[in-house]
Design a protein around this ligand. Structure first.
Ligand code: GLU
Length: 327
């Protein structure tokens, strides 16, 4: 039975995953590797693939970046069975979830600015997550107070009352996790000051609405998985998806691959005449498939084995770049 238009997807199964690019910039070698592995896992195990464009990312969303991301995924040869779904097209399901939480007194409005939170954090230093300050609870009501969610309140964010409890889950690659969200970021934002659903909420609502059973993404999102599981519990969403968080690609300086390491966007390599086979070859080398050699997508699919995926972060070296640009 042919399950969809895909040449790779020919047996239906009830497992479903998503490719979820944020249209905030072009795809670089690091996130391309994550998408390629996610795609290969799905095609090897006959999961349905949903393409979801995460276009709720506020002011960082760049016009046309969605088309660029889709185009470059297709250039690599990746395909999907459903979508693209865009988050902005319909906000009602996020609002319904927020309303449900508000009715239970689990969210509250907050007008603190980033500056307010930074000032409070300075006076009570705390080692929270690397990039996020822990919310000190300034606007948190003393007791859970049922209310109605109001998206249009001017410059008002809505935060969730995070219980002081450890969330445990087993990650397919990162292993056993036990994370206390209250001690990490504290009460985090579910609806932004601009009145838009925040990433954490949108992902939980969409993963449930799209019946996602398998979440595969970079391991920078391990702390987010704990927040998302907490929200699933509050919203009575079950079963919990299975999580596979992959080690990221770093630059030679040990920092996560980004603009500072030069232009590693796939569109730029493509413009310079680098073939998809060479990109896939490097990504394959970074995925435990042996020495660098140009590789077709089918070869990658055939050879990829999650058990052989390096468990340490990958470093993008000057040598890798030189090899990539070899004609
Ligand atoms: N949109 C996110 C990204 O591009 C992925 C979020 C997720 O997979 O949950 O990094």
């Amino acid at each position: 039975m042919v399950g969809g238009a895909s040449a790779y997807h020919n047996v239906m199964s009830d497992r479903r995953t998503r490719l979820a690019p944020s249209p905030t910039g072009a795809l670089h070698l690091g996130n391309a590797r994550t998408f390629l592995i996610n795609w290969a896992m799905a095609r090897q195990q006959n999961w349905t693939i949903v393409l979801r464009v995460e276009d709720l990312d506020g002011p960082r969303v760049k016009e046309g970046a969605d088309k660029l991301a889709i185009d470059i995924l297709q250039w690599l040869g990746l395909d999907w069975d459903e979508g693209p779904h865009y988050q902005r097209h319909d906000l009602t399901r996020y609002h319904a979830a927020l309303d449900r939480l508000a009715g239970q007194g689990l969210i509250y409005p907050c007008q603190c600015t980033r500056g307010d939170i930074a000032a409070a954090a300075r006076s009570a230093p705390h080692e929270g997550d690397e990039h996020e300050l822990r919310y000190p609870g300034t606007c948190r009501p003393a007791a859970a107070t049922p209310t109605r969610f109001e998206p249009a309140l001017d410059a008002t964010a809505w935060r969730v009352r995070v219980p002081d409890q450890v969330i445990s889950f087993t990650d397919q690659v990162a292993g056993e996790q036990a994370i206390n969200v209250a001690q990490g970021v504290g009460d985090f934002v579910l609806s932004t000051r601009m009145g838009l659903p925040a990433y954490q909420l949108a992902v939980v609502v969409d993963d449930a609405a799209q019946h996602i059973t398998d979440v595969v993404r970079g391991d920078d999102l391990v702390p987010s998985a704990a927040r998302q599981i907490m929200l699933q519990q509050m919203l009575n969403i079950a079963p919990q998806p299975r999580y596979t968080h992959l080690p990221l690609v770093y630059g030679p300086d040990g920092r996560r691959l980004a603009k500072r390491h030069g232009d590693t966007r796939l569109t730029t390599y493509r413009k310079h005449g680098v073939s998809a086979e060479r990109i896939i070859g490097l990504l394959g080398h970074w995925s435990g498939l042996g020495p660098r050699q140009p590789m077709t997508l089918s070869m990658f699919l055939e050879r990829f084995d999650l058990a052989r995926l390096p468990r340490q972060p990958i470093t993008f070296t000057a040598d890798d770049e030189k090899w990539l640009l070899t004609k």
